[in-house]
Design a protein around this ligand. Structure first.
Ligand SMILES: Cc1cc2nc3c(=O)[nH]c(=O)nc-3n(C[C@H](O)[C@H](O)[C@H](O)COP(=O)(O)OP(=O)(O)OC[C@H]3O[C@@H](n4cnc5c(N)ncnc54)[C@H](O)[C@@H]3O)c2cc1C
Length: 467
């Protein structure tokens, strides 16, 4: 923000959202300068609007003054998506957190972006319905942030990721114009702007309402823990289950490093002497579920499983999931920081790629734990380190880049669900040609000609800010 304009900018923002909802103390700016990635920045000011009208006025003002805008939910993204690397106005959606409508006959929920993911899920479950995408961060993440990152989660193997569940959205464009994309109707003519906006990490527009698909909660659930003495056997089981034509609700894998940390913190009942476990969950109609479970057990046995435990009740099932969902937090017991590499590979390549990931850790003298959405081939090697150790930090960045290259070489990609943000800009060229990137830059320019929406994210830049 230009220095001489600072007072004028604060005054205008206070007029729009009210003085109480404009934050600019040194502490506030520091707190909004980071997210769950390693990146750091600083906004010039933070605003907490309460309505689409206020958001629209903030954007129209920012457009006139060429000030960057960063939309933020809970800041749990893992790629630097909300780090204000070029300063600007950070919009925090904590006040726009209303569930506006649950429309059971049309199977939709209309929400504001600041709704916490689990709050919607809990509310729906009381009525016998679910919103399927379930990032492990769902206790904290917002639906706006899930939209921005096209979030996934354990149950996305069967049900699809966020983009498959957003039917429409109210979006504020870079100049403050408000548009609607999609809606409750089954089909929408014209360009699929909803599809384009989901996963655009706040670089194309700011979402202020979403119409989400909801589904009936499954009649029955069966959760199994399959325990393995080798990672290869666990990996081969994953491909074999899907090849058999069975798509479980979840197929998650966790290795020994992660299980050790989880057991110390959550006591989920994982075997700490095993090389890997799979959490396999079936859901759906009661009829036929036992038959499917038997088939899965037979496949696990064919692939050298040591033991299979079936959760006896809801409490045991909840304990298994508490371990999985608390895994990222639990590894902080081992080292102060972790870097998550969010690469995706064809699932048949899992055993080979996991071996190369472990070799990469050894090459750089780093401990790597693995906990991931195995059914989707979506790896999450957690590289453990201490960010105060500069040399270790450098080795982590090199290892991360190398692991993403391994994923790309295996026919995979550099992000399954955590986005590009600023942390993977360089790696974009592993999967996209310059022509691909230029085409995407054209789309960015059409939505955001002044490059003020979350500038410096997703696309390696060729266009200067405020041309
Ligand atoms: C422990 C842990 C576990 C995790 N597990 C998973 C997982 O299983 N699956 C998964 O997918 N992710 C996971 N994540 C990553 C993260 O939680 C998700 O990316 C989540 O969707 C981010 O939500 P948020 O509210 O924190 O968004 P933020 O981090 O605040 O924002 C994310 C992006 O969305 C944009 N954005 C936010 N609000 C809006 C808006 N209103 N309009 C337009 N753009 C907006 C931001 O600019 C940013 O680019 C995990 C993170 C942690 C720390």
């Amino acid at each position: 923000m230009r220095k001489l304009d600072r007072e004028a900018v604060l005054t205008r923002l206070e007029e729009i959202v009210g003085g109480e909802y404009v934050l600019c103390s040194a502490m506030d700016l520091h707190l909004y300068g980071y997210d769950a990635s390693l990146a750091r920045g600083k906004p010039d000011v933070v605003v907490l609007p309460d309505s689409v009208e206020e958001v629209s006025k903030v954007l129209a003002f920012a457009y006139r003054e060429k000030i960057p805008i960063i939309a933020r939910g809970s800041g749990t993204n893992l790629s630097g998506g909300t780090v204000p690397i070029k300063g600007g106005i950070l919009i925090h959606f904590s006040r726009m957190n209303r569930i506006l409508e649950i429309d059971i006959p049309n199977r939709t929920a209309t929400v504001e972006p600041g709704v916490i993911t689990l709050d919607l899920q809990d509310r729906l479950l009381r009525q016998g319905f679910i919103y399927a995408p379930d990032p492990a961060s769902q206790k904290v993440s917002t639906l706006g942030g899930n939209f921005g990152e096209n979030a996934g989660g354990p149950h996305c193997l069967k049900y699809g990721v966020t983009t498959n569940h957003v039917l429409g959205a109210e979006v504020v464009l870079s100049d403050g114009t408000v548009i609607w994309t999609g809606g409750k109707a089954q089909d929408h003519p014209g360009y699929d702007l909803t599809g384009l906006l989901v996963g655009s990490e706040g670089t194309l527009g700011v979402v202020t309402k979403m119409i989400l698909r909801i589904m009936r909660a499954p009649e029955a659930i069966k959760t199994m823990l399959a325990i393995y003495d080798t990672i290869e056997d666990a990996g081969n089981t994953v491909s074999a289950i899907i090849a058999e034509g069975i798509v479980p609700a979840t197929l998650e894998m966790m290795d020994k490093v992660v299980m050790g940390a989880v057991e110390e913190s959550v006591h989920a009942g994982y075997p700490t002497d095993a090389a890997a476990v799979l959490i396999i969950e079936l859901d759906g109609m009661k009829d036929g579920m036992d038959r499917q479970a038997d088939k899965i057990m037979e496949i696990c046995n064919r692939h050298g499983v040591r033991e299979i435990r079936v959760a006896k009740d809801d409490a045991e099932r909840a304990r298994l999931w508490a371990g999985r969902k608390g895994a990222f937090g639990a590894v902080s017991r081992l080292r102060p920081n972790y870097m998550v590499c969010d690469g995706t590979v064809p699932r048949t390549k899992l055993p080979e790629v996991l071996t190369r990931v472990i070799e990469t850790g050894a090459k750089y003298g780093l401990v790597i734990g693995n906990v991931f959405h195995a059914g989707d081939g979506n790896l999450h090697p957690l590289i453990l380190f201490d960010e105060k150790n500069e040399d270790e930090r450098r080795r982590v960045l090199k290892a991360t880049s190398e692991i993403l290259k391994i994923c790309a070489e295996a026919g995979g990609t550099i992000s399954g669900e955590h986005g590009i943000g600023i942390e993977k800009l360089e790696e974009m060229s592993l999967i996209f040609s310059e022509s691909d990137l230029d085409f995407m830059r054209g789309i960015k320019h059409a939505f955001d000609p002044l490059n003020i929406l979350n500038p410096g994210k997703v696309l390696p830049e060729t266009q200067p800010l405020n041309p």
